[in-house]
Design a protein around this ligand. Structure first.
Ligand SMILES: Cc1ncc(COP(=O)(O)O)c(C=O)c1O
Length: 371
């Protein structure tokens, strides 16, 4: 049996007519850049995130970059406190925005930024806290508050997650989402969005995503630029694909939850494996189902030989990436994140894992440990 970590073929097959119709609609209108598809997706995304606005951009990385550029424009050059246990884009965006990354260690159970460590890392130069809702569970946002410091959520993995009944993306000054193909809501390529309920923040992100071009009231002339922006527009084709997938989103999330509940039950007696704790604060989006496992690398080989797709998110913490060598942080700087990097492994939790497939995943893990 084969159990892929992600199954885009099965996902596409399930909603193929809707995808074809979405693409046809865009070609019927030939409105490829921004326009009605992007606007319709932005309002759907804002309502899903419980925010006043969503601004479609061309990736999750750009969502972070644009949000941090707004912070920098408002507060000046300064430090951003974040987690060392994330995808590289988290820290990359901080550096690209001309800000200085400062890491704080993570909580060993949630894998998210440890609020106490994060606040201890804040100083007079800190302009933002950048928690990541890793694997689909929200960071403990209510404890990540500091006067004069913006909270920007890296919600790239957290669409559908909640914190005390508030959706990810509505918890800080802005939320940054990725719709990379493998995300819970994935485009046919790259896409992202910034969510916010702050009028000024929204205006600034919206301007910056398209060359900071702002029409002058009562003046027909175009090409009037009020600042230095970028070209980071969400494509209409991607917006149409995302809208088509939104119709299945709630069902897909429920299927992820069912798979996660099954694994939790079926693996709980194995003391060599630690299954993820449900989110302490609300709904876990289960973007990844991440276990800590003894002899992790051998387990990974064993599962690969048995046809089960797995992946290590993330094998090298951000402070130990070669690109971050300039920060001068060595092994031992963030021991909880470093240990997680050695012990975690993701197993297939996507909505198209069948009952037989998930039973097979569990049986293969149990066989490896002779359980
Ligand atoms: C935590 C996190 N932040 C940022 C990103 C960047 O998003 P994108 O790949 O859409 O640029 C990702 C996506 O891979 C991510 O997982």
């Amino acid at each position: 049996m084969k159990v892929p970590l992600v199954d885009l073929q099965a996902q596409t097959a399930e909603i193929r007519p809707r995808l074809d119709e979405a693409v046809r609609r865009v070609f019927d209108n030939c409105s490829f850049v921004l326009g009605p598809e992007v606007q319709a997706f932005e309002s759907a995304m804002a309502s899903l995130s419980g925010t006043k606005y969503a601004v479609g951009v061309n990736s999750g990385t750009d969502a972070l970059l644009l949000a941090l550029e707004v912070v920098r424009a408002e507060r000046g050059v300064g430090k951003v406190v974040t987690t060392p246990f994330s995808f590289f884009a988290t820290v990359e965006a901080i550096v690209l925005a001309g800000l200085e990354p400062v890491f704080a260690d993570i909580d060993p159970v949630s894998f998210n930024l440890d609020p106490e460590a994060a606040l201890a890392a804040v100083d007079a130069q800190t302009v933002a806290l950048l928690p990541v809702h890793l694997f689909g569970a929200c960071a403990d946002i209510d404890r990540l508050k500091e006067p004069g410091v913006d909270v920007i959520e890296d919600a790239a993995q957290a669409i559908g997650a909640t914190y005390k009944e508030r959706p990810a993306g509505s918890l800080g000054r802005a939320g940054c989402f990725s719709f990379y193909v493998t995300k819970n809501l994935g485009a046919a390529g790259d896409a992202g969005a910034v969510t916010t309920s702050d009028d000024g923040f929204e205006r600034s992100v919206r301007q910056r995503r398209a060359h900071a071009e702002v029409p002058v009231a009562g003046d027909a002339r175009t090409y009037h630029h009020v600042g230095i922006g970028r070209n980071s527009r969400l494509d209409a084709l991607q917006a149409a694909v995302l809208r088509a997938k939104l119709d299945s989103f709630a069902d897909w999330q429920a299927r992820r939850e069912r798979n996660a509940a099954y694994y939790g039950e079926a693996l709980h007696d194995l003391d060599v494996v630690q299954t993820p704790a449900p989110s302490a604060f609300g709904r876990h989006a289960y973007h990844q189902y991440v276990i800590r496992a003894e002899r992790r690398d051998e387990l990974s080989d064993h599962l690969a030989q048995a046809g089960v797709g797995t992946r290590i998110f993330y094998p090298i913490p951000l402070h130990l990436q070669p690109a971050m060598a300039g920060l001068g942080l060595g092994e031992g700087a963030f021991p909880v994140a470093e240990r997680a990097s050695r012990e975690v492994i993701s197993i297939p939790v996507h909505p198209h894992v069948s009952d037989e497939q998930r039973e097979y995943v569990v049986a293969t893990i149990r066989a490896f440990y002779g359980a």
